[in-house]
Ligand binder design. Structure first.
Ligand SMILES: [Fe+2]
Length: 245
């Protein structure tokens, strides 16, 4: 397989990976303005972009996912809970669904909490082994921190949902699993993020404070001093939902 991590604006991390042998690729969490980079990487690797995925409807940047998908003729994928919420056609992703990218398989894990529609993407390279090799965690789990509940007014409830997602969906996975998050240090989407843009699940279980707290302490920590949503966040969400078209 091939794999690229792209450090974009606002400390966002995007991903481009796939199966060179079958010439199929996936683009994840594309930031608006970065579409050319993905098209160029696909050209250099001689692959077709088969899926463009956003791990959730973002509130901190304008997504370039829809534009890239239209440009390359690939489906734009979001969690299925966005049906009726977004004002454009998309390919709905269900929990447990597996996307076929040649020798690379991408399993969708619905991990609500940061937002109700958040997913993580568990990736296996069948040429290397049957076990998943890495997981793209979006804003659910960062290196050194957890995502922040993004819904104004329901922070405590969503922090509890996030705790349950982390403990039910991610922590039971193998310690050797690599983690690639949606942001690194400098992002407004979480507090205490590391400047190192990847980790392993085993290291995070041992050293990430968000993963060693009990549920009550986790909710208390995550909801303490949540900064107010800047006005531009609402415009970004509206655009990413297709309400500004
Ligand atoms: Fe986010």
């Amino acid at each position: 397989m091939f794999f690229r991590q792209f450090a974009s604006r606002e400390s966002s991390l995007s991903y481009f990976f796939g199966c060179a042998g079958h010439a199929k690729a996936v683009a994840v969490d594309v930031v608006a303005g970065d579409e050319d980079w993905f098209v160029e990487e696909a050209r250099k690797a001689a692959v077709d972009i088969r899926y463009v995925i956003d791990t959730h409807v973002h509130a901190d940047h304008y997504s370039g996912g829809r534009a890239l998908a239209q440009r390359v003729g690939a489906p734009y994928c979001l969690h299925e809970s966005n049906a009726g919420r977004v004002k454009f056609d998309f390919q709905p992703l269900g929990d447990g669904e597996i996307l076929d990218v040649g020798n690379v398989k991408v399993k969708v894990l619905h991990t609500p909490g940061h937002t109700p529609d958040s997913v993580c993407l568990l990736v296996t390279d069948q040429r290397r082994g049957e076990a998943p090799w890495f997981v793209l965690t979006g804003d659910t789990l960062f290196v050194g921190a957890a995502g922040r509940p993004d819904l104004a007014g329901r922070e405590a409830e969503m922090a509890g949902v996030l705790y349950d997602s982390l403990h039910a969906k991610l922590l039971p996975l193998p310690d050797a699993l690599e983690i690639f998050p949606g942001h690194q240090a400098g992002s407004v989407c979480g507090a205490g993020l590391s400047g190192k843009p990847s980790s392993t699940l085993g290291f995070e279980k041992r050293w990430n404070p968000a993963l060693t707290m009990d549920r009550a302490a986790f909710i208390d920590d995550l909801t303490r001093a949540i900064p107010p949503r800047p006005a531009e966040m609402d415009a970004m969400v509206r655009a990413n939902l297709g309400l500004a078209d």
